[in-house]
Structure formats: structure tokens, C-alpha cells
Design a protein. Structure first.
Length: 472
């Protein structure tokens, strides 16, 4: 917001513009000042006057200028982190913030935000406490591990583990597991940042026990297994199970680390998802350290969990890097409440949004589509055809990369042939007060309704829809 007007010579045709002061004194000006403060409001009024001058508006009233300033201020004060309707069909969408928290976790986080909390304070003795004590018992109970610690996210968990156990030493990993999960998380690069020398063993599709055995030497810090989170190698393949890698590592006297990625605390078969090793199974198989995320299948806030052998977790906690990666009170509160829900796994589909979304049946979702389709069709008008399409939802966040769940979508097809009509429709849906995010397939905008929480909210939001301006 500039204020160069004082130095520019006022052209004759702009003489009828009101002064900044006059607009500030007007009722709307006063209201804006009250809401946004004097400086910001005066700047916005100056900008509106400059714009009117540039447009050579001969007359712009106080009302015109204050309306322009008001619109600009409202836009500038809209939160950048807007909530959206995730109708992409990806339940744990990394770009849309992954897991939505359970109500009890939200309440716990709010309580912690609002109050002083016993974060590192021992209520019994009145002395200093340990923030890791808050979650240790729950994590050990739910995973069967001896000890546990919590950091910022799973990338941090892997970094801290490697830096602590294999700094200046070698980490042995199968070539089939050298993952990139997007962005800056590529296993070879994480290893380099941790000061660990990566030793690749086996081939892309086949790795054998002997590959691990031959690679381990006196400079080995850890043997590592990494969950192949966003791909699957199929065909002529061989992978050494965790229990056998762990046995080899134990025999050779080096710790075995298992990066589970998403990590799940329960068997997902009842949700129609193929079985995947739980954290407890990885611990039982003999992994010395297991790392996993808080905001993937676990359904909590962003966090990284490290569970495993007591002596190794103690080493991790003693690393100065731990201080830089630790979780804050808000997240610890939300994690505690989320983990407690796992004591009653039979209720997870009601208590935890992630499981509620996964548990929704195809029939239930299609029924929602049938209710919504005619109403959405009415709002969008005769230029679009709204039908119900079968589709498949993904779990997302690298949890079970090729696993999908049957679902139903609103399929919105612009009747104008070709061109950018589907993109323009998708854009107009993103411009709604609460942006609606879908996906485009075959010239059709698909809105997968698996993660739609309220049909009424969706329709009320859609009422503000404006037909996209099709360029000529
Ligand atoms: C997702 C994932 C990570 C990173 O976890 P964040 O919680 O996103 O930091 C690391 N390893 C694997 C195998 C993953 O799937």
C-alpha cells in the first residue's frame, strides 16, 4: 500500500475526489478503522484514491472510495490457511493437511493452548519433569515397545535415529527401499543430512539375506528397512522379512531400524484395506527402533514417533538434535487424546475422522450422491450435466500405495464441448467461500463424497457459486 500521492501533481479532473481524512471520518471509514486499525485503513483509502485517480474517475464519492477500501481490506485479512472441502478422493491428502483430528484431540489442544500445563513439571514432586513421560506409557502400551519418544514428524524421527545411531558410519538399506516420498524426503538425502553413509544392497526388485550379511562390517551403524510407501514392486521380487533382517542385525551386533512411514496401530482388514504390518508386529519381529507418522493412518496431528529398545531411545533423547526436533505442548496434548482412542479400537470409526472416512461404505456414499446430484444440478444450471459415478478413493500419504476403496462421486460434465470448460468449472468451485477441491478426469469434474462431512454445509456453500466467465 503506497502513499506517493502527496508528491504527484493532482490532475484537474481528479479535484472532485474526497480527501483521505474525509473518507476516514465517514461512518464506513470509522467502522473500518475500528476493525483494522488506523494505519492500515488509511493506507487502503489512499490506495483506493490512487486507483480512482489512475482511472481518471472525475467523481468518486466517499461511499465509492470506502467501498473499494473495504473490499481490499477484507481480501487482505482473509486467512491464508483456508479450510476446504476435500472431495479429491484421497483421504489423507498431504497437500490438504492429512488427518483431521478427533474432537477430543481438538479439545485437548485448545486446553493446552489456553493454559499453563505440566509439560516438563512433575506434579507429585514439584520438581522438573520430562515431556516424553507424557506419551511414553501410552505408546509402549499400544505398540509393545520398551520405550518411546516423539519428534516433529516422521522425517525428523528418521533423521534423529540415523544421526544418533549411524553418524559417520554406514546404514545398510535394500535398493528396493530407497524411497522418495515427494518434496525433500528422499532416503539417500536424509542419510546424507544425518551424516550417515548409505550402503545399498541387493537390486531394485530382489534383495536376499546374503546381501545384508555380506554388507555388514565394523563400520556399520544400522541396518534399515523402509516401507515402500508410494509404490509397489511387483513381479519377480524378493524381500527379506523384518524378522529375518532383525535376526541378522542382532547376530552381527548392530541395531535394526524399521521406518514404517504411515504406521498403523491396528489391523485394517475390517476397513477393507489389505493387511499391513502394525507397529506392534514390527516390534515383535525384532526391530530395535521403529519410526512412524502421527498424521497419516494414526489420525492425529503432525508428529514422528520413535519406539523401541530402551538403551537406543535413551541415546536418541541425549542427542542435542532432539531438542531441535521436539514436539510442542499443543501437539502433545492432541497426541495423548488421539492415542487414548486406540484403547477402544471398536469405536474408532466413530471417534476418529480418518477411520470414519475409511469406514464409509460405497452404498452410504452413493446415497449421499443421489441426494445431492439433483440439487447440485439445479444450482449449476443447464450448462452442466450432473450424474453419479463409481470411483475409487485412495488412502493417501503413502499409506498403502495401490490400495483403493470403492466410492461414489458427483460427476459434473460441462455441456460445452472441448476447451477448458472442466478446468474453469474446477476453478469456480475453488473460488467458493469454502473452496471445493475435486479432480478432473475425462473432461469431467469428479467430487468423491467419501470425505464429505455435511451435505447441508456443502449445499449452503454452493449457493454462492458463480458461473465461470468463459473467455471468448
Ligand atoms: C511419510 C513417510 C515419511 C515421512 O513422514 P512425515 O511424517 O511426512 O515426515 C518417512 N518415511 C516413510 C516411509 C513415509 O511413508
Amino acid at each position: 500500500m503506497g502513499s506517493a500521492e502527496s508528491k504527484t501533481k493532482i490532475p484537474a479532473d481528479a479535484r472532485r475526489l474526497p480527501s483521505v481524512d474525509k473518507v476516514l471520518q465517514s461512518p464506513v471509514g470509522q467502522a473500518l478503522r475500528e476493525r483494522y486499525g488506523h494505519t492500515v485503513t488509511a493506507d487502503a483509502i489512499r490506495d483506493a484514491l490512487n486507483a480512482a485517480r489512475l482511472e481518471r474517475a472525475a467523481i468518486a464519492t466517499v461511499a465509492d472510495i470506502s467501498a473499494t477500501a473495504s473490499a481490499a481490506l477484507e481480501l487482505a485479512h482473509k486467512p491464508r490457511l483456508t479450510s476446504v472441502f476435500n472431495l479429491t478422493g484421497t483421504v489423507l491428502h498431504t497437500n490438504l493437511g492429512r488427518a483431521q483430528l478427533a474432537d477430543c484431540a481438538i479439545d485437548a489442544a485448545i486446553e493446552a493452548m489456553r493454559n499453563a500445563v505440566a509439560l516438563e513439571f512433575d506434579i507429585d514432586s514439584g520438581g522438573r519433569g520430562e515431556r516424553d513421560n507424557i506419551l511414553r506409557d501410552l505408546l509402549c502400551e499400544l505398540t509393545g515397545a520398551e520405550d518411546a519418544t516423539v519428534v516433529n514428524n516422521n522425517a525428523s524421527a528418521v533423521l534423529l535415529t540415523l544421526n544418533t545411531l549411524a553418524f559417520g558410519r554406514k546404514a545398510i538399506v535394500s535398493r528396493g527401499e530407497l524411497i522418495e516420498i515427494g518434496g525433500a524426503f528422499r532416503m539417500p538425502e536424509i542419510m546424507a543430512s544425518a551424516g550417515t553413509q548409505l550402503v545399498e544392497v541387493g537390486t531394485t526388485n530382489r534383495t536376499h539375506k546374503s546381501d545384508y550379511l555380506n554388507a555388514i562390517d565394523s563400520e556399520t551403524g544400522v541396518v534399515m528397512k523402509v516401507h515402500t510407501s508410494n509404490y509397489r514392486i511387483e513381479g519377480f521380487t524378493a524381500e527379506v522379512p523384518t524378522s529375518e533382517v532383525a535376526a541378522i542385525a542382532r547376530e552381527m551386533g548392530v541395531p535394526m531400524v524399521d521406518d514404517l512411514g504411515s504406521g498403523t496401530l491396528i489391523d485394517l482388514a475390517p476397513y477393507g484395506v489389505a493387511p499391513e504390518a502394525t507397529v506392534r508386529q514390527a516390534v515383535d519381529a525384532g526391530a530395535d527402533v521403529v519410526t512412524f507418522s502421527g498424521d497419516k493412518l494414526l489420525g492425529g496431528p503432525q508428529a514422528g514417533f520413535i519406539v523401541g529398545r530402551k538403551d537406543l531411545i535413551a541415546q536418541l533423547n541425549a542427542n542435542p538434535m532432539k531438542r531441535a526436533l521436539r514436539a510442542d505442548k499443543i501437539r502433545i496434548a492432541a497426541i495423548e487424546a488421539t492415542l487414548r482412542l486406540y484403547r477402544k479400537t471398536e469405536c474408532l470409526a466413530e471417534t476418529l475422522p480418518t477411520y470414519r472416512f475409511l469406514a464409509r461404505s460405497e452404498d452410504e456414499i452413493r446415497a449421499a450422491a443421489q441426494r445431492l446430484a439433483p440439487l447440485v444440478g439445479e444450482t449449476l444450471g443447464s450448462e452442466y450435466r450432473v450424474t453419479i459415478a463409481d470411483c475409487r478413493s485412495q488412502i493417501g500419504s503413502g499409506a498403502m500405495p495401490v490400495e483403493t476403496l470403492p466410492s461414489a462421486a458427483l460427476a459434473i460434465k460441462p455441456l460445452t464441448e472441448g476447451g477448458r470448460a472442466p478446468e474453469l468449472l474446477a476453478e469456480s468451485l475453488r473460488q467458493l467461500p469454502k473452496p471445493v477441491i475435486g479432480r478432473i478426469a475425462r473432461q469431467t469434474v469428479l467430487l468423491d463424497l467419501r470425505c464429505l462431512k455435511s451435505e447441508a454445509d456443502f449445499l449452503a456453500n454452493l449457493a454462492a457459486w458463480r458461473s465461470p466467465q468463459v473467455p471468448k
